[in-house]
Design a protein around this ligand. Structure first.
Ligand SMILES: *Cc1c(COP(=O)(O)O)cnc(C)c1O
Length: 427
């Protein structure tokens, strides 16, 4: 069977395929660079697994208290060595990224302390954790104050503003690497390193925490290589490699991670308890696969950006820009465009491909949200997905793809649905 026939069977016309192949031909240098990063990151993970003598006994299930769970403890050493930190907390008991961030913050901030966000407004779900939106059990309720310094309009750090905002009360600095669902540029690890150095020059003992969601393995260094005291993320994003069914991580200094463990379980118990419930094979294997999975997702992001940019749509980041996370924003300019795009992503899925995404109200959003996802793990956004609030500028956030070829099909089918709806003309 020819490639054309295979794609026709999946619903992609020859015109769309030819357009896609033309775009791809010009992306070979970008893809080679993505592969080089994946090679380095794969080596980092392998070296950490070998150093810690990962072995079959590490995959055994534990139940109950989970005392003496060597597999769990060794996975934490593997994470710590990969991200070059003193310690790590990597647990299925951390239910999601927001939970990991909430643990990291509440473990390291005490009443009277101030939390300072230096990359602008944090991710939506953190507003309730911090108490920016009043919420039971927020940090604000416990007497932790909050201050924020916005990024400059061009997305760079406001070094002057940050230095002025650091006071005696400032205990913890929050930096968010990924743009999340904001139309700002994602921060490079080196830019994060500069702001960490600036903060520590004003206050050497301040704790710097980086929300690393969607950033892991995109570059060859992580914020922990440049002085972050904690990096925090979700296992149903990049580092779970698509295989982790749940979990979060906090990697950082021994002191910070110890406190996180006491907060997650109980003072006195810390990392000693927490059964792995048989999930360790998926957590180890997912971490092993993660550098390659992230490379496939990145190729998809560059491909979707290049296709839609060529067709005249505005995309963030642009196809030629360096990548610092796996999120790609595409401004489709109309509700019909968002529907068609998401229909195509959904139609490419291995799960629920027959479903049609429709916009629906969501808590915390002022407009209906559309989501395309056909994932093995509910809500997993390292799997191919696209979503966004249906309101101007009608932007979809595209991310993930466990394999490059699946991401490619998703992009081609999005183009096909746009073409069928008369929303694009191929050159
Ligand atoms: C996804 C994400 C979170 C929250 O993670 P959940 O697993 O959805 O709770 C926090 N910050 C950023 C930047 C994210 O992308």
């Amino acid at each position: 069977m020819t490639t054309n026939e295979i794609y026709r069977r999946l619903g992609v016309s020859e015109a769309v395929l030819a357009f896609g192949e033309g775009i791809l031909a010009a992306l070979q240098d970008r893809f080679a660079e993505i592969d080089r990063n994946a090679e380095i990151n794969q080596a980092k993970v392998l070296a950490a697994m070998q150093k810690n003598r990962v072995n079959a006994a590490n995959f055994a299930a534990t139940t109950g208290y989970g005392y003496d769970d060597e597999g769990r403890d060794n996975l934490e050493r593997v994470y710590a060595d990969t991200f070059r930190t003193e310690a790590a907390l990597v647990r299925p008991q951390i239910t999601c990224g927001t939970h990991a961030l909430a643990v990291a913050l509440s473990a390291n901030l005490l009443p009277g302390d101030e939390l300072l966000a230096v990359s602008g407004k944090p991710y939506d779900t953190l507003e309730e954790v911090i108490g920016i939106r009043p919420s039971p059990c927020s940090l604000a309720e416990y007497g932790v104050t909050y201050r924020q310094v916005d990024l400059h309009d061009d997305g760079s750090f406001d070094f002057g503003g940050i230095k002025n905002a650091i006071s005696e009360k400032t205990r913890l600095i929050h930096i968010q690497r990924s743009k999340g669902y904001c139309p700002r540029p994602t921060l490079s690890v080196s830019a994060i390193g500069e702001v960490i150095a600036a903060c520590k020059s004003v206050k050497p003992d301040v704790i710097v925490m980086v929300d690393n969601c969607y950033g892991e393995f995109v570059e060859t260094i992580e914020p922990s290589d440049l002085g972050a005291d904690m990096i925090v993320g979700s296992l149903i994003k990049n580092p779970g490699g698509g295989l982790a069914p749940i979990g979060g991580y906090i990697c950082g200094t021994q002191q910070c991670v110890d406190r996180c463990a006491y907060r997650l379980s109980a003072p006195g118990l810390g990392q000693e308890v927490g059964a792995n419930l048989g999930l360790l094979p998926a957590l180890y294997q997912g971490f092993f696969l993660a550098p390659n999975v992230v490379s496939g997702a990145l190729k998809g992001a560059v491909f979707v950006a290049a296709c839609y940019e060529t067709l005249g749509f505005s995309v963030v980041p642009s196809a030629a820009e360096a990548r610092h996370d796996i999120i790609q924003c595409v401004e489709l300019g109309s509700e019909a465009g968002m529907l068609a795009f998401c229909k195509g992503i959904q139609a490419a899925a291995p799960v629920d491909s027959y479903a049609t995404p429709v916009p629906a109200p969501m808590p915390g959003y002022d407009a209906p949200v559309i989501m395309a996802a056909g994932a093995f793990v509910q809500g997993s956004s390292i799997e191919l997905s696209a979503d966004g609030p249906v309101r101007p500028p009608y932007a979809v956030y595209y991310q993930g793809g466990l394999t490059w070829h699946h991401a490619k099909l998703g992009v081609l089918l999005s183009l096909q649905k746009m073409l069928d709806a008369g929303l694009i003309k191929l050159p």
